[in-house]
Design a protein around this ligand. Structure first.
Ligand code: SF4
Ligand code: SF4
Length: 80
């Protein structure tokens, strides 16, 4: 499933540059993940890169975008 950013986000900008899908953008006040671009890093990396770098631990699964590994790979392939 896609990931999402919740209220604890401090807008530190650590996550935006590491996303391989350019799915993260600057929001007000929180950063935003585009669920149609986020693949949980499937296709590009072994684990979600944004979660690795986020100091606020405010990136969680988006319950409105439940997707299998195969669906995430297909989403990645369609973008590349
Ligand atoms: S999990 Fe990966 S693809 Fe999704 S927003 Fe984070 S860095 Fe980008
Ligand atoms: S790394 Fe975490 S705290 Fe920093 S902007 Fe991204 S979601 Fe917000």
């Amino acid at each position: 499933m896609a990931l999402m950013i919740v209220e604890a986000c401090t807008a530190c900008d650590a996550c935006e540059p590491v996303c391989p899908n350019e799915a993260i953008s600057v929001g007000d006040p929180m950063y935003i993940i585009d669920p149609f671009k986020c693949t949980e890093c499937v296709g590009a990396d072994d684990e979600p890169q944004c979660m690795l770098v986020c100091p606020a631990e405010c990136i969680i699964p988006n319950p409105d975008f439940v997707e299998s590994e195969e669906e995430l790979q297909a989403k990645y392939d369609a973008m590349n």
